[in-house]
Design a protein around this ligand. Structure first.
Ligand SMILES: Nc1ncnc2c1ncn2[C@@H]1O[C@H](COP(=O)(O)OP(=O)(O)OP(=O)(O)O)[C@@H](O)[C@H]1O
Length: 382
């Protein structure tokens, strides 16, 4: 049985406009999260992520549907019992939400006080956790004496203090620089491995998903449009939204500008072929193109590794008789995914229809790559 199960969850709010229909912030979400998962929930601004967080930690009630945690439907629990449920879910936030009037030790001890742990046990637990997050020497400092990364370490120690089974990380690294983000994500990974805590990562950054998540669900307009193991979703994204998210961290198809350069240098039809380690026989792809009697040239390629497995796209320029090219593509399609390169590039360049943004929220910093993805072999490299 899944540790957390959402079934047909709907949350609507009254419209801000007089006479307007309700806003369906969450519109029929079903999701199973297994114990031990690091589950990423990613979406553009307005997709419904924050609303989902408030429903999962029972700060708001669903309009319909159910949310079961460990077999208990929290949507029907009375308030006093909900407090116990909330105690089993640690939260970390984008803006850390530390008490500025309490020092580091006081912040970490706070949930233990609320849970009425005896003083000696509290002190021991705080000591253990500060040691674990590497801030033992900062116990008496106040939050405004700490860097953002240190504040988030305190946030993580506080969230783990009562030994919750679930940790909900709401845009926990969005205010941090890339190096500090890596450190904080490393700490979350360790929490998962060492304490077995199940982590739900709410984010608009695909880098975060790529770095630590085992599973991911992509949200758009209150729905989950795609979900699965991170490797599967990254290597075969099905929806345009997912393709655009994946393209922020993995450049396996050329950019619009690179495509224009490719077009100026190659007359042939451009197709991109998906390849996956253990599944695609690259030699067979070349053989099938060759058998169809077309001239084939590899003009662009990007291969990326995730979860110890690699995937990518190889872009070919195919020249010759149109019928032979169609036959060549049909042959390769039997063993791999083949897409028209121009269509893929157009799709990635299409702005998000609601926000006009290419990716992320208004005011987000631009998507950054961690420098490792793909080989991004641009035109001219091959
Ligand atoms: N309390 C509320 N009252 C009315 N509408 C709301 C309320 N909370 C959220 N919404 C609407 O629900 C939709 C989803 O909002 P939500 O904040 O959950 O999205 P999000 O994915 O978290 O976006 P962001 O990343 O910008 O925070 C939006 O259209 C939003 O305007």
């Amino acid at each position: 049985m899944a540790l957390m199960s959402l079934r047909d969850v709907v949350k609507h709010y009254p419209s801000a406009r007089k006479g307007g229909g309700p806003i369906r912030a969450i519109d029929g979400v079903s999701l199973d999260i297994e114990a031990g998962d690091i589950y990423g929930i990613i979406g553009y601004s307005g997709a419904g992520k924050s609303t989902l967080v408030r429903l999962i930690n029972a700060l708001e009630r669903v309009s319909s549907g159910s949310i079961e945690i460990d077999g208990t439907d929290i949507t029907t629990l009375p308030e006093p019992k909900l407090r116990a449920v909330r105690g089993g879910i640690g939260m970390i936030f984008q803006q850390f939400n530390l008490f500025n009037s309490r020092n580091v030790a006081g912040n970490v001890a706070y949930p233990l006080r609320v849970a009425k742990w005896p003083k000696a046990d509290r002190e021991q637990r705080v000591g253990e956790l500060l040691d674990w997050v590497g801030l033992s020497d900062r116990a008496r400092n106040y939050p405004d004496q700490l860097s953002g990364g240190q504040k988030q370490r305190v946030g993580i120690a506080r969230a783990l203090s009562t030994k919750p089974r679930i940790l909900l990380a709401d845009e926990a690294t969005s205010a941090l620089d890339p190096q500090t983000t890596e450190d904080v994500l490393g700490l979350l990974r360790r929490a998962n491995e060492e304490f077995g805590v199940t982590i739900i990562v709410i984010t608009h950054e695909m880098d975060v998903v790529k770095s630590i998540c085992s599973h991911v669900a992509v949200m758009e307009e209150g729905h989950i449009v795609e979900r699965g193991e991170v490797f599967d979703v990254f290597s075969s994204p099905q929806s345009p939204a997912t393709r655009r998210f994946v393209s922020t961290v993995v450049q396996t198809v050329p950019s619009a500008q690179e495509l224009a350069e490719l077009r100026s240098r190659h007359d042939g039809r451009l197709v991109s072929v998906g390849v996956k380690s253990g599944e695609t026989n690259q030699a067979e792809i070349f053989r099938r193109f060759g058998d169809a009697d077309v001239d084939v040239e590899l003009v662009y390629g990007g291969i990326t590794e995730i979860s110890g497995k690699s995937f990518g796209q190889l872009t070919f320029s195919l020249s010759g008789n149109a019928e032979d090219i169609d036959r060549a593509i049909a042959g390769v399609r039997e063993i791999a995914e083949v897409a028209d390169t121009e269509r893929l590039v157009d799709e990635l360049a299409t702005p998000d229809k609601r926000t006009g943004n290419r990716i992320g929220s208004a005011g987000d910093h631009p998507p950054e790559s961690d420098g490792t993805p793909g080989m991004g072999l641009g035109p001219g490299a091959l």
